[in-house]
Design a protein around this ligand. Structure first.
Ligand code: ASP
Ligand code: MG
Length: 408
């Protein structure tokens, strides 16, 4: 017997029929003798609907009240799913984030989980109940309802799996696992049966949308295996992706997948004095405005001057450009410019650690297609390049082929 945490996303519980199908699936696991804790998202579209209501009523409403509203989506699902489970003879009990004693900081809309008191849940599990917990929410020390940010139910599931010392955290979604790249862009993308947590962390950070980044960070930190699988797999074929510690993986591959991100924008400032404190001044101002910076490149200086280029989220582009250009004027910079029509493409794979030449294979493949690289950044298991957005699809296809990811 094992303890399994299962998370069902919005489309998996998107209608009463879907909720009934999910209930049957849960019962099959419970009937086999497993202890099951289920985390659910709001029914698909619900969080967007609630956001629309908030904006239509009072766009600048306080963050506390927004979270009171947003958290209701998941509350509906836990109630409905518990009813559906009871109807088929499965003892189930719903838990809001607060009832599950999931405590967070008070950063409304993007709260971080600080602790989970699992005593009540353990008691219910001992009675043979299936627990149905609302994802995406918690309470702060003052008892206020908080939410964890979009996609936050994944994080709830991993955090619960860690707190309850589960054997596995299963994330049920509308796809049957992680692919070598987005199959909607490249039809020859292949399903990945097993991969490393660190690889998944890089894939998520570089734009893969299958799992929320924070959730993967959590799983990586606590070494919690994640299994991604489809709740639409009615025949229970068992096709899935197991994301687990690198030690469990028999076959290290050079490149596991190609991730991409079109949500970034590039900013450049040229001809600033090459002196201590300049990078701090420029990037400090950006950080003070709460804007996150992704890639940063400083050129080798010439004649006492240097250039900086960095990328930010596209939503922050206008604000970041304003800050940068004001500062540039103050410092006597020669040029301040930006471009929000860029894209970042990355190759990720644990095997890169022990192999040289991966980056040059990547650059060669892109060069053959006439794709100009604007920025490069690398880590132990990843190489990312920034290019004009119009080349994105071509670049992803080219790299997918160059590293033979379409071949079995
Ligand atoms: N319902 C929330 C959202 O749509 C949380 C989640 O689905 O994970 O972002
Ligand atoms: Mg969701």
């Amino acid at each position: 017997m094992s303890l399994i945490v299962q998370k069902y996303g919005g489309t998996s519980v998107g209608s009463p029929e879907r909720i009934q199908a999910v209930a049957k699936r849960i019962k099959r696991w419970s009937d086999k003798g497993h202890e099951v804790v289920v985390v659910v998202s709001a029914m698909s579209g619900e969080t967007n609907r609630l956001t629309g209501l908030i904006n239509a009523t009072y766009a600048t409403g306080t963050a506390r009240e927004k979270d009171v509203i947003l958290s209701t989506g998941e509350q509906v699902t836990i109630g409905l799913l518990s009813l559906a489970l009871r109807k088929i003879g499965c003892a189930a009990r719903s838990y809001t984030g607060g009832q599950a004693c999931i405590t967070t900081d008070s950063a409304y809309g993007k709260a971080r989980i600080s602790g989970i008191d699992e005593a009540n849940m353990q008691a219910d599990l001992a009675l043979g109940k299936v627990l149905v917990v609302a994802g995406f929410q918690g309470i702060d020390v003052g008892g206020n309802i908080t939410t964890l940010g979009r996609g936050g139910s994944d994080t709830t599931a991993i955090a619960l799996a860690v707190a309850l010392n589960a054997d596995e955290c299963q994330i049920y979604t509308d796809v049957d696992g992680v692919y070598t790249t987005d199959p909607r862009m490249v039809s020859s993308a292949r399903h990945i049966p097993i991969m490393g947590l660190e690889e998944m962390l890089e894939m998520a950070s570089q734009g893969s949308k299958v799992l929320q980044i924070r959730a993967v960070e959590f799983a990586y930190k606590y070494n919690m295996p994640i299994r991604v699988l489809s709740s639409f797999d009615e025949g229970d074929t068992g096709k899935s992706t197991l994301v687990t510690s690198e030690e469990e993986i028999m076959e290290e591959v050079l490149v596991r997948g190609v991730a991409f991100n079109r949500d970034e924008a590039q900013l450049t400032i040229e001809g600033v004095p090459d002196q201590p404190g300049v990078a701090y001044k420029i990037l400090g101002m950006i950080a003070d405005a709460n804007i996150e910076v992704d890639m940063i490149v400083q050129n080798a200086s010439s004649a006492g001057f240097t250039d900086f280029t960095f990328t930010v989220h596209r939503n922050d582009y206008d604000q970041a450009k304003q800050i940068l250009c004001d500062l540039g004027e103050e410092m006597g910079a020669k040029v301040c410019r930006g471009d929000d029509k860029i894209a970042k493409v990355s190759i990720v794979g644990g095997g890169m650690r022990s192999h040289a030449g991966v980056a040059s294979t990547m650059f060669e493949a892109l060069a053959k297609e006439g794709i100009n690289i604007r920025m490069i950044s690398t880590s132990e298991i990843k190489v990312s390049v920034v290019m004009d957005e119009k080349y994105l699809e071509l670049a992803v296809r080219t790299l997918h082929e160059a590293f033979e990811l379409d071949r079995v």
